[in-house]
Ligand binder design. Structure first.
Ligand SMILES: O=C(O)C1=C[C@@H](OP(=O)(O)O)[C@@H](O)[C@H](O)C1
Ligand SMILES: C=C(OP(=O)(O)O)C(=O)O
Length: 423
């Protein structure tokens, strides 16, 4: 799919889709609960669909409706019929599933696409090796066999928080207490708290013993719940930056009390001098001059690509630090943004862990971008293109389906001039 984005001034109100991170978590918790849960306000992106299909294979009964799901959880971890679990390109799905499916005590094969199996899995490999369980990986698959045991887990905190979330879903179901020690540097901490908050809604309790240690009692039982997914602050950020660099926008569908780490976009915009008005279920963001700031991505990695777009229109230099994990997402997101933005003359440089962008107010545009098979790169480039003088073409724009299939339609609703075609 190719998207040609013409220069435009957005206006009006956009409603952001429900949080992908919270949807994965709610579907998984409901699938592990004894009884029927209703999970409302779900958007069926590719990542959410693979989590849903995986939970069906585990034995959950799921009725899928337009924007909600009725989920009756599994009775027990019996032998499953189909042991091939497809995760496509979803890191969350794969890393949340591996410990959960270990409870089936049978050989399970996880299939990945794109870059998924090249993204690091070493934390689980080490745990499985230590517990003398089988964990084999090749270019497109991971095969496990054997059940994780309760006990002490010491895990690195700087590769992906998704390993820790995966353990948190699973350890409460074991017969004894477990302790998770998270090594410093501990990044994406907010995502661990999202997992813990979701577990609590399903009556699973875990306890922080200190800033890096979590105690998980065994023999717990997930209870069903009726839960509505709140708006996604990672997706909000694309519209927040669009408003800041281009024209005022009202952005709705948000829980203003949200604990999502990517809610940091609001304070980042404010720090850069942008005016943010809080409204009942969203925000009004005003277009303005973007002042030079330093942005720390330690707790909000998914904001990285769109913040490079904020930087390219800044009045001065924007420095992004603790960005190293962007290199192990669906693409090397630092390299991808550097390559693409340089095509239109952006002054952008990186080290392994930092990005520096010297902004200016105008770019000629008229270039052909590559989407790097990464939804957040495609969406960021579309926002960057909105303010250029000539239309830009984004190749591989279908990558948006991973998290936000209606992104271009939503952009069109607020005045976006985008022409989509199949090649
Ligand atoms: O737990 C989650 O829902 C996520 C955690 C983050 O990953 P890392 O912890 O690997 O940084 C984030 O980048 C990803 O998009 C979603
Ligand atoms: C990195 C992302 O997701 P995941 O890790 O689940 O593939 C993302 O949505 O930006």
């Amino acid at each position: 799919m190719k998207a040609v984005v013409y220069p435009f001034h957005p206006a009006g109100t956009v409603t952001v889709p429900p949080s992908k991170s919270m949807s994965h978590r709610a579907i998984i918790c409901a699938s592990l609960a004894s009884g029927t849960s209703i999970i409302r306000n779900i958007a069926w992106s590719e990542d959410i669909l693979v989590t849903l299909e995986g939970m069906k294979k585990l034995g959950a009964h799921i009725n899928q409706y337009d924007d909600y799901a009725e989920i009756t959880g599994i009775q027990s971890f019996q032998d499953i019929q189909d042991t091939n679990i497809f995760c496509n390109e979803s890191g969350s799905t794969l890393r949340f599933f591996i410990p959960i499916f270990s409870l089936c005590k049978q050989a399970i094969t996880f299939h990945g696409q794109g870059r998924l199996m090249q993204r690091p899995q070493s934390v689980y490999k080490e745990i499985f090796d230590r517990q003398h369980l089988s964990f084999q990986q090749d270019q497109d698959h991971i095969k496990i066999n054997g059940q994780l045991q309760a006990g002490e887990y010491t895990v690195r905190g700087d590769i992906s928080s998704q390993f820790i979330s995966g353990l948190l879903f699973t350890l409460p179901l074991l017969d004894k207490k477990s302790i998770i020690h998270i090594m410093e540097p501990f990044e994406s901490r907010s995502y661990i708290q999202l997992t813990i908050d979701m577990l609590k809604r399903f009556q699973i309790d875990v306890e922080w013993l200190d800033e890096n240690t979590i105690a998980v009692e065994g023999k717990q039982h997930y209870q069903p719940c009726d839960y509505t997914i709140e708006g996604d602050f990672s997706q909000f950020a694309f519209f927040g930056v669009l408003a800041a660099i281009n024209h005022d926008l009202c952005i709705k569908g948000m829980d203003i009390t949200s604990k999502q780490g990517d809610k940091a976009i609001l304070s980042i915009l404010e720090q850069a001098g942008i005016t943010v008005h809080t409204e009942e279920n969203g925000y009004q963001i005003q277009h303005g001059i973007i002042n030079p700031i330093t942005i720390d991505l330690q707790d909000c990695p998914d904001l990285g690509p769109i913040l490079t777009v904020l930087g390219m229109y800044a009045k001065g230099t924007i420095q992004i630090i603790h960005a190293g994990r962007l290199r192990i997402k669906e693409s090397d997101r630092i390299e991808a943004m550097e390559t693409e933005l340089r095509k239109c003359g952006v002054n952008i440089h990186s080290t392994q862990d930092t990005i520096t962008i010297c902004g200016k107010t105008q770019y000629q545009g008229g270039v052909h971008f590559n989407g790097h098979n990464d939804h957040r790169i495609v969406m960021s480039l579309a926002i960057a293109a909105s303010r250029m003088e000539q239309p830009c073409t984004i190749h591989g724009a279908q990558a948006i389906r991973k998290s936000y299939p209606n992104f271009f339609q939503d952009l069109q609703k607020i005045g976006g001039k985008v022409v989509i075609s199949d090649d």
